[in-house]
Design a binder for this molecule. Structure first.
Ligand code: MBD
Ligand code: FE
Length: 283
């Protein structure tokens, strides 16, 4: 990691993620949950909490510490981070049960809509001195029946070689390593980028303090986030991971799947290349 950069504080990246989440309410839609269902779900959650209190004979100091921690998560803007690390994978697994084609994975807290649109063969926006190994991801977007989907959008975002996301780290230019790649008439794309580093949950915020208090590790394996959209098809939100990568078998967010692991190979010029095709089901 370079020593001159300013690392984002937990509060900085958390607050940004909270602001971004609130601003994107429209894209996320309305839940419209009827009262009986609200009551059933909340009752089940509370039963789980009450059960843990009984099972572990939770004390008053522990109960008050939990309240203080919950307040800190909100004040630090870390609810998007906490929810996406510890809860989102369970929701995604429910959705996945009725989904065909490319496997999905969690969106996480660092998606930003409306990034620069790029041609099918392109380079993601990067700094002049962007560190990291050159990486090319190429492939094709198809329907479940094999039809190539030209004009599909491969919306990609990733951490840099130091593990930081643009938009959530003040030292990075806006839009760095983010873009919406539009496939050619054959549904193909070829994206030049750099190898991302594993992601560490900020250790200076409440989520990091909980992880430390529990003796867990705060790491996600290196990954590329990708959302693929095509007219008449169900949008897929997923991530690609790297064969042999650190933390691949112990992702703190439990969001890896064997079908989502790529194994880029050096093409002889120092650039690592991988192919991945996306298959979308009808909407
Ligand atoms: C990430 O980069 C991420 O992908 C998730 C799911 C949670 C925290 C940081
Ligand atoms: Fe991520």
């Amino acid at each position: 990691m370079s020593t001159t950069q300013q690392s984002p504080t937990a509060a900085g990246s958390g607050a940004n993620a909270s602001e971004n989440f609130k601003a994107s309410a429209e894209r996320r839609g309305v839940a419209d949950t009827p009262p009986e269902r609200v009551a059933a779900i909340v009752t089940a959650v509370l039963k789980g909490v009450h059960g843990a209190i009984q099972e572990y004979d939770v004390t008053y100091p522990e109960f008050q510490a939990a309240k203080a921690w919950l307040m800190a998560v909100g004040e630090g803007g870390e609810w998007p981070l906490f929810m996406d690390v510890f809860v989102e994978h369970a929701v995604e697994e429910q959705v996945a049960a009725s989904q065909h084609g490319t496997k999905g994975s969690i969106e996480g807290p660092y998606y930003l809509a409306d990034q620069v649109r790029l041609e099918s063969t392109c380079r993601l926006p990067r700094r002049d001195d962007e560190p990291g190994t050159a990486l090319v991801l190429e492939g094709q977007v198809r329907g479940l029946d094999g039809t190539p989907l030209g004009g599909a959008e491969v919306d990609i975002w990733q951490a840099d070689a130091d593990g930081y996301y643009s938009g959530f780290a003040p030292h990075l230019p806006e839009g760095n390593l983010r873009g919406v790649v539009v496939t050619d008439a054959e549904g193909r794309f070829s994206i030049s980028t750099v190898q991302p580093a594993p992601y560490q949950i900020p250790t200076d915020g409440p989520t990091g303090r909980l992880i430390e208090a529990a003796g867990w590790h705060p790491w996600r394996p290196a990954h590329l986030h990708i959302m693929v959209r095509a007219d008449g098809h169900r949008t897929i939100t997923t991530q690609l991971y790297f064969a042999g990568g650190e933390w691949l078998d112990s992702d703190v967010a439990e969001a890896t799947k064997p079908e989502l692991v790529i194994d880029p190979q050096d093409d002889g010029t120092g650039t690592r290349r991988a192919t991945y095709d996306f298959e979308l089901e009808p909407a």
